[in-house]
Design a binder for this molecule. Structure first.
Ligand SMILES: *Cc1c(COP(=O)(O)O)cnc(C)c1O
Length: 235
């Protein structure tokens, strides 16, 4: 078994354990392999071990891999910061975007999503720890953004994405993830347009179990699957 396959087994076991402890069904949790900085061979190994969702943060790097791995039918998720001049390629090449935090970017993705493709799945990134440096919509501005994005054609608003402050203790991270879950519940109750939101993208290699305890439905795992990241050259 390759290291990557063994790592994926270990991560899946961790998902099952955390789900069991939370009284949740592990089948409801998608393992998103964050393959930024990794080459195509590593991604093929992950695919061989059953991975079907991959996350990328850097568009140029992602486009090269998406092209080379086209035949595998991977579902690609964009998880990085989005510049307005990158939205056209993101709208055409990805199935999900986790990092939408302003209406201008959502409107561009909507207008640029090719009509032949199914709607682009969107998570709104919420700045859950109020970090001044961090991307993400402030929780107070979230309802207005969610209602606006839910109206856009070509997009399917699915839920929220959160990245807690790296300075947090585990207890602080758990409470940040619980706040994200509460924000999703508030949105769902707020409007029939938002009632179908079903996704909480939260949890990375270091805090996956906490995110699952708080209700994560997509965990975004990089180093626990692929090992430490080689420096990418094609950003
Ligand atoms: C890199 C990254 C991850 C994966 O982080 P690991 O700690 O390597 O698991 C998850 N989400 C986002 C948004 C990232 O940029």
């Amino acid at each position: 078994m390759s290291d990557i396959a063994a790592n994926i087994d270990r991560v899946r076991a961790g998902v099952r354990t955390a789900a069991e402890r939370a009284g949740r069904d592990a089948e409801q949790i998608t393992l998103l392999a964050v393959s930024k900085g990794q080459g195509v061979a590593a991604i093929v190994s992950a695919w061989d071990a059953g991975i079907r969702h991959c996350g990328e943060n850097y568009l140029q790097e992602a486009l090269a891999k998406i092209g080379q791995l086209h035949r595998l039918g991977i579902e690609w998720h964009f998880t990085g910061p989005i510049q307005a001049n990158k939205t056209r390629a993101i709208a055409a090449q990805f199935a999900w975007v986790h990092s939408v935090d302003r209406i201008r970017i959502a409107a561009r993705l909507s207008a640029q999503r090719p009509p032949a493709l199914p709607p682009l799945n969107i998570c709104l990134q919420v700045n859950i720890d109020g970090e001044t440096s961090k991307a993400g919509v402030a929780p107070t501005a979230l309802p207005e953004l969610a209602l606006a994005v839910a109206r856009l054609p070509g997009l399917e608003l699915r839920g929220l994405m959160a990245i807690p402050s790296p300075a947090n203790t585990p207890a602080q991270t758990l409470s940040a993830y619980r706040r994200a879950a509460a924000l999703l519940a508030e949105l769902r109750a707020r409007s029939p347009r938002l009632a179908r939101l079903d996704t909480l993208s939260m949890g990375m290699s270091g805090d996956m179990a906490l995110a699952i305890a708080a209700g994560a439905t997509i965990v975004r795992i990089g180093t626990a699957i692929f090992g430490s990241r080689p420096t990418a050259t094609n950003r």
